[in-house]
Design a protein around this ligand. Structure first.
Ligand code: NAD
Length: 368
């Protein structure tokens, strides 16, 4: 048995602790099956941290995250902390802080159309069937982090030439930031379908023209990978028209944010989508969904996105491809055998196979 793998668990708020418990059961089973030791340390983030310590991202949490081999987060937020007072701490501050502190510049969101859930997507089955896209979004640069300002009472900026407000945000990237994210996308493509689409808006933005030039340079180093360029407006349409043409999509922060939510439609359910955020050190894994305060405490939350986040952690942080494959296969088998949490169930679901959070976690464990 090798050295223990340290995992920092951040259950957060709402359904977070409920789905995190299922991920822990899965980790226990993987440990038993594959002869590894996971040492898990829980820390506070989001609303839970605000309640206990008055801040969404306590120093102890940063320390625990930095000391870990990987971080597994559930979700943060909820109406309890939406006070309306701009000076009060907000749960989401914890998310931004941990991404920044760990230098997590690559956000990966795999989106697969599960055959078993094909009816859950609002798109036609013949369009979505077989779709399997990995979106690689740049996470620490671009419009969300560039120079910005908002000024009040600017002469002539209001309606009819009256004084009014003026605001701007700036999309900024260095060549280095583009190069490292595009390279990551090519490395993932090598392990998958060997095709990269680089998405930009080169017909309108100078940043995109630089992005294109840098991406072409990286592409030359990967002759085994097919390289395509696409303007973001067309990409948004193509994702809905013909999603199977995509394997890996790489994009800057804002475009990637929008395209990854759009792509979620292919899968049909938020409860199935996992994500990974990678930098050069400790990586973070989390489901795409939020804290679902409307169903928190009801025992019906779908734990599969959290469990699939564990799959990504095994793959990308621990290099445990066999265990990751076994976990993915267990989730497939659960779906094949007709088990569904309420969010995945429809009129064709056998009511005896509609499971709560704990029972769904147990089924996955049973099939690993
Ligand atoms: P949400 O993802 O929490 O919920 C949207 C809808 O999907 C709800 O009806 C919810 O019940 C359902 N849902 C979500 N996850 C589910 C699951 N695992 N199983 C079954 N149903 C599920 O988004 P929201 O309602 O917009 O936000 C709620 C809170 O979560 C807010 O405070 C928001 O800021 C926060 N949030 C956090 C994250 C994060 O932690 N990364 C992401 C998004 C939203």
């Amino acid at each position: 048995m090798g050295a223990p793998l340290n995992i920092c668990l951040l259950p957060g708020d709402g359904i977070g602790p409920e789905v995190m418990r299922q991920a822990q059961k899965v980790l226990d089973r993987i440990a038993e099956r594959y002869g590894v030791t996971f040492t898990c340390h829980e820390a506070l983030i989001g609303g839970a941290a605000i309640d206990a310590l008055g801040t969404a991202f306590p120093a102890e949490t940063l320390e625990a995250a930095r000391a870990a081999d990987a971080v597994l987060l559930a979700a943060v937020g909820g109406p309890k902390w939406e006070t309306g007072n701009p000076d009060d701490p907000r749960p989401e501050e914890g998310l931004f802080a941990i991404r920044k502190e760990l230098g997590l510049y690559a956000n990966l969101r795999p989106v697969r159309a599960y055959d078993q859930l094909i009816g859950a997507s609002p798109l036609k089955p013949e369009v979505v069937r077989g779709s399997d896209v990995l979106i690689v979004r740049e996470l620490t640069g671009g419009l969300y982090f560039g120079k910005r300002d908002r000024t009040y009472d600017v002469p002539g900026a209001g309606p009819g030439g009256a004084p009014g407000q003026y605001a701007f945000d700036t999309m900024e990237y260095s060549e280095y930031e583009v190069e490292r994210i595009v390279r990551r996308a090519f490395e993932f493509a090598l392990q998958r379908g060997k095709r990269v689409h680089s998405i930009d808006k080169a017909n309108a933005l100078g940043v995109s023209r630089m992005w294109r030039q840098v991406a072409r340079g990286v592409a030359e180093e990967y002759p085994q990978v097919e390289f395509r360029e696409m303007l973001v407006d067309n990409a948004a349409m193509q994702l809905m028209l013909d999603p199977r043409q995509f394997d890996v999509i790489v994009s800057e922060n804002t475009f990637g944010d929008i395209l990854s939510d759009e792509a979620a439609v292919l899968c049909g359910s938020l409860g199935m989508l996992a994500s990974a955020s990678l930098g050069d050190g400790t990586a973070l894994y989390e489901p795409v969904h939020g804290s679902a305060p409307d169903i928190a405490g009801c025992g019906i939350a779908n734990p599969l996105a959290q469990i699939l986040s564990v799959e990504l952690m095994l793959r990308y942080s621990f290099g445990m491809q066999n265990a990751a494959d076994a976990l993915a296969a267990a989730v497939e088998r659960v779906l094949d055998e007709g088990y569904r949490t309420p969010d995945l169930a429809d009129s064709h679901t056998d009511p005896s196979k509609v499971l709560g959070t704990e029972a769904m976690g147990d089924k996955v464990v049973e099939f690993i």
